[in-house]
Design a protein around this ligand. Structure first.
Ligand SMILES: Nc1ncnc2c1ncn2[C@@H]1O[C@H](COP(=O)(O)OP(=O)(O)OP(=O)(O)O)[C@@H](O)[C@H]1O
Length: 310
């Protein structure tokens, strides 16, 4: 059942691509060859790595910067205390499954997975030395259009790859996009993602970070004819780019994230957030293509990759 009954207020007047082009195009098969897949290893192998520092804490786990003692290579090690909590175990196994399957320069690379007898799981990932886009934007000030186009192109390449492999991220936001000092941007944190069994499966679960949820996640009846989830990732990207430009969460001027009900009303009944007068037409159009309230009118990742803004 829909969570809200909303009024349609899409007034963005875009020229939309042909309907046949709106579906994600599907390409290479998964999984990758066995040699590419990260192996699951007994926890004793984890002793080859030494902790350097804590990088951050997530839902149920901690991420450490570690060094491989023999080679001095740096990695990030996410340790999740899955224990016997079924929700936590489901989440971490989903993340492991997706990280095992993916092999793209735009998705954080998983090298190895360690399992301990007590149920703890550690995922050894490539280390992204500039943290997340969230922390970067808070410390580095506002980003230029050119930098944002570079960020958007990389995230779209990642989403195009994931969607082509029937994976929906479901939680695209600045805190889940990792970055390094070369400004390489990679999609991370697949804890609430979903692998679609068939291309037209509906995506009905209510997961992800509420603030970045698309209108059809709240109200599929009004905004999500044939909602399949892929377009929700595009909404998350649009809000992310807007947030990085504005320096605060776009649905609230003060930068404070509002409570759930206020947010839901703003997303479902309000106009999508817009850009100030000063920005280029290409940037404005790009954001409009991502933030169409009607999920069917939103551009796909592959279409956006040829948008003039990029
Ligand atoms: N590969 C990595 N390289 C560098 N830093 C990382 C890496 N992975 C995670 N981090 C850091 O660790 C923090 C926690 O990451 P994690 O994926 O556990 O959780 P989260 O996304 O913050 O939260 P949750 O999993 O609850 O949604 C991140 O915010 C980031 O700062």
């Amino acid at each position: 059942m829909a969570l809200v009954r909303g009024r349609r207020q899409s007034k963005l007047g875009l020229i939309l691509p042909e309907i046949t082009e709106r579906r994600p195009r599907f390409s290479p098969p998964l999984p990758p060859t066995a040699s590419q897949q990260p192996t699951t290893t007994a926890s004793s192998a984890a002793s080859e790595y030494e902790t350097v520092q804590v990088l951050g804490h997530g839902n149920g786990g901690t991420v450490y910067k570690v060094i491989h003692k023999k080679t001095s290579n740096l990695f990030a090690l996410k340790v999740v205390h899955a224990g016997s909590d079924p929700t936590m175990r489901r989440q971490i196994f989903r993340e492991m499954e997706i990280l095992r399957r993916t092999d793209s320069p735009f998705v954080v690379k998983c090298h190895q997975i360690f399992e301990k007898p007590d149920g703890d799981i550690a995922i050894l990932m490539e280390y992204m030395d500039a943290g997340t886009l969230d922390s970067l934007s808070k410390t580095g000030g506002l980003l230029t259009e050119r930098t944002l186009a570079n960020v958007a192109r990389q995230v779209l390449n990642g989403l195009n790859y994931l969607h082509a492999h029937k994976i929906i991220h479901r939680d695209i936001k600045p805190a889940n996009l990792l970055v390094n000092k070369n400004m390489d941007v990679k999609i991370a944190d697949f804890g609430v993602s979903k692998i679609m069994c068939r291309m037209l499966d509906t995506c009905d679960s209510y997961v992800g970070t509420c603030a970045y949820m698309s209108p059809e996640r709240f109200d599929p009846d009004s905004y999500g004819a044939n909602y399949n989830g892929y377009s929700g990732d595009i909404w998350g990207l649009g809000l992310t780019i807007l947030e990085l430009y504005m320096g605060h969460f776009p649905f609230l001027l003060t930068g404070q994230k509002p409570d759930w009900a206020t947010l839901m009303c703003a997303i479902c009944f309000g106009e999508p957030p817009s850009l100030p007068e000063a920005v280029s037409d290409e940037f404005r159009s790009f954001i409009e293509c991502c933030l169409q309230k009607d999920s069917g009118k939103r551009w796909t990742a592959s279409q956006l990759l040829s948008h003039p803004f990029l």
